[in-house]
Design a protein around this ligand. Structure first.
Ligand code: NAD
Length: 488
């Protein structure tokens, strides 16, 4: 039986004019029909968000009351985490072990921003004029278009919805056309939490139609985007129509630097988490191992053993550690880059070939790319493929780590404290993990340098990004205004 999902606009669930099928990545079969929002649906959603921003219950609600709605959403997310996880696993192939843990944690993001809603403060200024009171109000930036890619949609939506709603904005959230089911299902929790109609609208559709109509819409004030670099460029061009502000969370080719003095077994576990967890479909995947030459062979032996012990299998099986990739397109890209890298001289340490079974599987793969120009060291693959290069000096390690236009995240493994501090300063990335990898928290800002985008998600700063300031001048003197031709 095909499942049938609806979109959520202006507080109502309904069908779009068009639909499209969603594919189960574990089998390659259609399993559900999705509502395909086109420009008329997008317009309806943005108009609803715009109305909700200016009229009805939302604009007159106190920040504390807004926060309580977010807390209710947090509770509902926690209660329904397992059901949401099953839908996400079905539609994206992400393993159930990860979806259930991640969605339970997504609830904490809503709770964090629920608590923050009434702590977004303005300021009173010690102004240099004796008869004036001047203060700054923080007001919601307006209607937000939130656009997410297919990996971790519930998580990537929470880091946008949480701060935007805490700040008093209204949102049109576009789920990816690949694996949109978890967000369409989540819309029921938004509804049950009691947000006024139009405050949160959840749709899905294709980028060049639904996405373009949303980012070009004259009533959208801010676009919060997570996805690829090429799409980000379209979005910036489209948002220029309306001069909407943007925050861009893009891809990475993150370095994972291991010095000879590191605890190699622990670093290898972190490397497995960094590149094979979520089948490498993670923006922060530590996809470039940069290893001190003197321990390269020892480290690769540990890593190879761990990679070959990884259990690849159906995503719904709680024992599975690596499931299928989300799309066949993704698997074909990975295969072609791995083949080209081997042809260019990369040594295949393990993996490298898709298994002969239905579904979009690709095994944990390690490529020794020392001293060769292999595309596996430069292309963001979004898959379980690790390229390896070695270094002799700390200077070389820094150079290799920074030899990418991306700058999302980096890992450094060493027991030497002063070296760790030097590396932290010199690596050009928005997040540096030392002796750990892939840790996140609602309390900590997250975002990239360079081609990994701009803007930060997480923490207080993210909520402030969804506000704009209004400076208020109030004259306290009853005397008539003196010389009107002199600026005071
Ligand atoms: P993508 O850029 O192809 O798609 C992302 C979203 O943008 C989808 O919802 C898509 O429909 C929409 N879109 C496409 N064209 C559009 C257009 N012209 N206008 C408006 N919207 C449009 O990305 P993807 O392949 O689905 O996801 C993988 C990418 O996402 C990788 O580069 C990955 O690193 C990145 N990512 C980044 C982070 C982060 O936080 N930095 C997190 C996860 C994923």
């Amino acid at each position: 039986m095909m499942r049938h999902f609806q979109h959520y606009i202006d507080g109502r669930f309904d069908d779009a004019d068009a639909t499209f099928p969603s594919i189960d990545p574990a089998t390659g079969e259609h399993w559900a029909m999705m509502p395909e929002a086109r420009s008329a649906d997008v317009d309806r959603a943005v108009e609803a968000a715009h109305r909700a921003l200016h009229t009805g219950a939302w604009p007159s609600m106190t920040p504390t009351a807004r926060g309580k709605l977010l807390m209710r959403l947090a509770d509902l997310t926690a209660t329904n985490a397992q059901a949401l996880a099953e839908v996400e696993t079905q539609d994206t192939g992400k393993i159930i072990r990860e979806t259930s843990a991640q969605i339970a944690y997504v609830a904490d993001y809503y709770a964090y921003y629920g608590g923050l809603a009434d702590k977004i403060e303005g300021a009173h200024l010690p102004i240099d004029k004796h008869d004036m009171e001047v203060w700054i109000r923080r007001e919601p930036v307006g209607v937000v278009a939130a656009i997410v890619p297919w990996n971790s949609q519930l998580f990537l939506a929470a880091v946008k919805l949480g701060p935007a709603l805490a700040a008093g904005c209204t949102v049109v959230l576009k789920a990816s056309e690949d694996g949109p089911a978890p967000l369409l299902e989540f819309a029921h929790l938004v509804h049950d939490a009691g947000f006024p109609p139009g405050v949160v609208n959840i749709i899905t559709g294709f980028g060049d139609d639904c996405g373009a109509a949303l980012t070009r819409h004259p009533k959208v004030a801010h676009v919060a985007f997570t996805g690829g670099r090429a799409t980000a460029r379209h979005i910036v061009r489209n948002s220029a129509e309306n001069l909407a502000s943007t925050s861009l969370e893009l891809g990475g080719k993150s370095p994972f630097v291991v010095f000879a003095d590191a605890d190699l077994d622990s670093a290898a576990n972190a490397q497995v988490a960094g590149i094979f967890a979520a089948a490498g479909q993670s923006c922060v995947a530590g996809s470039r191992l940069i290893i001190e030459a003197s321990v390269k062979q020892r480290f690769l032996a540990i890593l190879k053993a761990k990679a070959e012990a990884v259990r690849m299998g159906p995503p719904h099986d709680p024992e599975t550690e690596v499931g299928p990739l989300c799309t066949d397109r993704q698997r074909r890209l990975i295969e072609s880059v791995v083949d080209a890298s081997i042809a260019a001289g990369a040594g295949l340490v393990t993996g490298g070939r898709a298994p002969d079974r239905p579904g979009f599987y690709f095994p944990p793969t390690i490529l020794d790319c020392d001293n060769i120009a292999a595309s596996a060291t430069t292309t963001e693959l979004f898959g379980p493929v690790l390229s390896v290069v070695s270094f002799h000096t700390e200077e070389q390690a820094v150079e290799l780590a920074n030899s990418t236009p991306f700058g999302l995240a980096a890992g450094v493994f060493t027991q030497n404290l002063s070296r760790a501090h030097r590396m932290i300063k010199r690596i050009t990335a928005g997040v540096v993990w030392v002796n750990t990898y892939r840790a996140v928290s609602p309390i900590a800002p997250f975002g990239g340098y360079g081609m990994s985008g701009h803007g930060r998600e997480g923490g207080l700063a993210a909520a402030l990004d969804y506000t704009r300031t209004k400076t208020v001048w109030l004259r306290t003197s009853d005397d008539p205004i003196p010389d009107p031709f002199v600026m005071r």
